[in-house]
Design a protein around this ligand. Sequence first.
Ligand code: M6R
Length: 611
Amino acid sequence: MCGIVAYVGKRQAQEVVIKGLKRLEYRGYDSAGIALLNEGLSVYKKKGKVTDLEQHLKGKALNSHIGMGHTRWATHGEPNDVNAHPHYSASGKFAIIHNGIIENYSSLKQELLNKGHKFLSDTDTEVFIHFIEDIKEHEQCPLDEAVRLALTRVVGAYAIVIMSLEDPDLLVAARKGSPLVIGVGKDEFFLASDATPIVEYTNEVVYLNDQEIAVINDGKLSIKNTANLPLTPYIQTVDLELEAIEKGGFEHFMLKEIFEQPRSISDCMRGRLDAQKGRLVLGGLREYLAKLTNADRILIVACGTSWHAGLVAEYFFEEFCRIPVEVEYASEFRYRNPVIREGDVVIAISQSGETADTLAAIELAKSKGAIIFGVCNVVGSSIARATHAGAYTHAGPEIGVASTKAFTAQLTVLNMIALIVAQKKGTITEQKLHELLVEMETIPAKVERALKLNDQIESIAAEFKDARNFIYLGRGYNFPVALEGALKLKEISYIHAEGYPAAEMKHGPIALIDEEMPVVFIATNDSSYEKVVSNIQEVRARKGRVIAIVTEGDKLIPKMAEFVIEVPSVHEALMPMVSVVPLQLLSYHIAVMRGCNVDQPRNLAKSVTVE
Ligand code: M6R
């Protein structure tokens, strides 16, 4: 949460920073600010979006070759101009931008208050920069050394960049638990929370690791760790096209990403799956494949939509690999002293690869000796680096806060992992494996067909846009899809929605059903079809308004549902990749019709880098 960007070089820093902030706005968007070095060390900040900051900057002389900016998702202190970053040190000679949380900030603040410090904001970040300056003055040391010493006392997560009035070519940055990428150009450097603000200028990057401090001074980059050991910057080439991070004619990133799914699912399978040749390989898995194949139990840790992907994988792994699976909310797992035995293998799923709870769950499982596989979208992300092995989803950048193409790509990877394990274990016949691989290859085309339902779904959305509640019901593989459909709706349209296993409805939620309640059934033709049909009857008997996602050609459900959305037929284990698509579109259209900010819903951020 929060996006940070900084620049030093020959360009106008303001332009690079503002453009970068717009690219990072998905990480937080309640206020934004910029620091530039011109007449002095000037800080401009504003509650609201980056465009509000831009307005605020109009007409000001902002000539500067060095600058940094921040787009905020509030943790300490409400979103307002004062709490926005950057923050000054006590003397005003230094300014900081920060993504993360300083957990021991109140004790540090008290220490500084006792010394006579005065604070303007309610933020932990302002305390952080006062603390650094206090050390600098006390130790009479350079800024980077003061930062290093401060970091040995600070508890929490951070990616920071500091500018100094005393050194017009200096940027000091550090990270622990929050991402920071350094773009290395010709006589210029970029720092950002991810590579999206950088790729326009250079594709040479250095991913800063935890406990590392980067110093950019007079056109040179040096890195050391908090133990004061110098390190050699490891420059990598980032493979990210500019068009992948732009809207490309779509009204919203979310819609673009929903429509990208046929391609993202294909990209995810490319070079890994070829049914004709009987090829199914995931290079990243090889080294630890025996561990996974011989696992007594698989623990899946994730949050939000990625957790839903984990729930689908539970059905898939248990059915085809015959390995018991437990799917855990990372935020619960990390704090409940879980039993992890030899023979357990952990799979961590994360689009961003930066989710703080998932990262902490991984560290905990690692400390107990577990082998961890990562399923991440963002290449080089913290989770991708913290895991022993894994596979990328290759869905391309997902910028809309509501996760869509990441979900279907996660399912694609998880299915491939499970089928590799099943083949190795001999828990699947060659014939069944072939059948599933052939079906997997048909998914992009089937998703394409599901996307053709967009207009129909838009008209259904118009019917329900003013609903106050929604219930989503599904069974078996479609139960997690019901959860995902409900999550999509609530997060972008602010309509209360609940997902339930359809059979569980009778144990409580049925009491909510009356003639105003929309109930979305994911009722495709699978092994629980007849049971779901009975559940639909039960809802109809109570006058609930049924919207049913069914398999093309279904003759029965159209007779009982008010609205029917027909998706192509596919093996039930693969159906979530198709049946989720109408639900993504339904929530999208409802949110648009309600005038909601689809890509940047209130109170949310794309990467939840605080717990
Ligand atoms: O980046 P991650 O997959 O780890 O993110 C997990 C959740 O924060 C994320 O899926 C969130 O629930 C989305 N907003 C859902 O659309």
